[in-house]
Design a protein around this ligand. Structure first.
Ligand SMILES: O=P(O)(O)OC[C@H]1O[C@H](OP(=O)(O)OP(=O)(O)O)[C@H](O)[C@@H]1O
Ligand SMILES: O=c1cc[nH]c(=O)[nH]1
Length: 188
């Protein structure tokens, strides 16, 4: 969960190309099916924004593997973030439409980058306002370390050890009109 400050960034290198992202998602789709003994009770939930295309793509891949559709939903955590002002009046949270009933389901929550874990903490709050899943697993395309909360991913596209001056930029064609993962560095 980054602070939206203007920061100068320099590209250090490309971590994943479009085809590497695609191959990684194929592997992750197989891992989800293997861990859940199929997909009949699985529901995929993408955290807005870049978790959403990941959930849609994994849904399509799993449907192809298992030959049955997979429920896929969207979680908007904007009102659940702990970086909202603590002095002002907090908005009353009304969960938006996730897309399907999560109660009793094996939910695979997903996002592009896992860093401090604060986005996922907020997402779990938001998810449980929608219902009570049987289990929640976490999938991230990139785990860059630096956790501030006891959160770990069940499925990881790639582990990328980073320094605190580095930033991972995931670009997905549905949102960014580009498809790659870049390692960036803050410039003083
Ligand atoms: O583990 P955390 O420290 O919470 O960081 C991970 C989050 O940071 C990014 O979102 P960001 O808030 O930067 O917004 P973005 O979707 O506009 O990139 C990323 O998409 C994750 O959701
Ligand atoms: O490096 C980071 C950290 C949090 N979120 C990102 O998208 N990249």
């Amino acid at each position: 969960m980054s602070e939206k400050k203007i920061q100068k960034l320099r590209e250090k290198g490309r971590l994943m190309s479009a085809s590497e992202i695609e191959r990684t998602l194929v592997r992750l789709a197989h891992e989800i099916v293997e861990k859940n003994d199929g997909s009949s009770n699985v529901g995929l939930v993408g955290i807005k924004r870049r978790g959403v295309p990941l959930a849609q793509r994994l849904g399509a891949l799993i449907a192809k593997i298992e030959k049955q559709p997979v429920d896929t939903g969207v979680l908007d955590i904007s009102f659940y973030r702990d970086d909202l002002s603590t002095t002002g009046v907090r908005p009353t949270v009304t969960p938006g439409d996730l897309g399907f009933d999560v109660t009793g389901r094996d939910i695979v929550l997903m996002d592009d980058v896992l860093y401090t874990g604060r986005t996922i903490r907020a997402a779990l709050d938001a998810l449980f306002d929608h219902g009570r899943p049987k289990s929640v697993q976490l999938l991230v395309l990139i785990d860059r370390g630096h956790r501030e909360l006891p959160i770990e991913a069940t499925f990881v596209g790639r582990n990328v050890p980073t320094s605190s001056r580095e930033i991972i930029e995931v670009k997905l064609r549905e949102i960014d009109n580009d498809e790659q993962v870049l390692l960036m560095e803050l410039v003083d």
